[in-house]
Design a protein around this ligand. Structure first.
Ligand SMILES: [Zn+2]
Length: 286
């Protein structure tokens, strides 16, 4: 190809170029998805339409799901940044809640709106098998109040299926995702009206799934103020690196978190797939 180019240097490129392939935006999207899934592939992203899952029973001494309070903030140029709320999870200083407290004292409508967006949101992590990707073994599902409340109702009401975590007498669950962004709705109902099916027919596989489920505590690790600042600057936080506090002494941002938050008050909140307005749990717990 190089030789050819030299010879025909002066010819118009349009007619002399050999056939070549392309790297389309669709390809780039696929690549991005691959990258994202290899990075955080453990966590399943709900797909539009039906998602059929089977919740894996917890190991003894654990709950079937881990509940975490997180802030989710849209930082311009960086995107959605989430971090575990130090105040609600560890009674420690939280830059997100601190900013929110200040804004709530304001009489300005924009401030109040931003305060609302800054609230810590209830988030849950659980282990499940995705029936369409069983070969992947246990995966982490992530869900907010909308799905959580339906699952609780299901557990309490035998007519809705009852105990879905039981590996023998339990049942598969459909989580149907409809709509997008602010209008995303999740409908949760049992497969086959709650008819019992085993987690897996083969006891060896079933045991392996239960034993090899993901430890969920990692999702509740409370970040330091430095780590939150780094996230707001768009830096990936490596768990191992984070433990090495020495490396975190490097140049701190000239901006305080407060200043960073000030800048994003006008951020575009429409991108967020918000589940529902569900504040009541946040404000009282401290
Ligand atoms: Zn907080």
């Amino acid at each position: 190809m190089v030789r050819k180019k030299k010879k025909k240097k002066r010819k118009s490129t349009g007619s002399s170029l050999i056939k070549y392939g392309d790297y389309t935006l669709d390809d780039a999207d696929d690549d991005q998805e691959d990258l994202d899934s290899s990075r955080g592939g453990m966590i399943f992203k709900w797909k539009a339409g039906k998602n059929i899952i089977r919740v894996i029973p917890p190991l003894p001494g654990y709950k079937w799901r881990l509940r975490v309070y997180e802030h989710l903030i849209n930082v311009p140029g960086i995107g959605w940044v989430s971090f575990v709320c130090p105040r609600l999870m560890a009674k420690e200083f939280c830059p997100g809640c601190n900013k929110r407290d200040k804004l709530l004292r304001s009489k300005n409508k924009v401030d109040i709106k931003f305060a609302k967006d800054l609230r810590p949101r209830r988030n849950n992590y659980a282990n499940a098998i995705l029936r369409k990707e069983e070969e992947g073994g246990p995966r982490v599902i992530n869900f907010g109040p909308q799905i959580e409340e339906q699952l609780i109702e299901m557990r309490k009401d035998p007519d809705l299926g009852g105990n879905f975590v039981n590996p023998i007498k339990g049942f598969d669950i459909v989580v149907r995702k409809k709509g997008e962004k602010l209008n995303t709705e999740y409908k949760v109902y049992p497969v086959g009206k709650g008819r019992s099916t085993p987690l897996h027919e083969d006891a060896t596989i079933m045991n392996a799934w239960i034993e090899n489920q993901h430890a969920l505590e990692r999702f509740a690790v409370v970040p330091t103020a430095d780590q939150i600042e780094a996230k707001m600057r768009g830096e990936e936080i490596d768990d191992e690196e984070a433990e090495d506090r020495g490396s975190r002494k490097r140049k701190r941002s000239k901006k305080s978190i407060d200043e960073e938050l000030d800048e994003i008050e006008d951020a575009d909140w429409e991108d967020y797939e918000e589940e529902e307005e569900d504040d009541e749990d946040y404000d009282e717990e401290e």
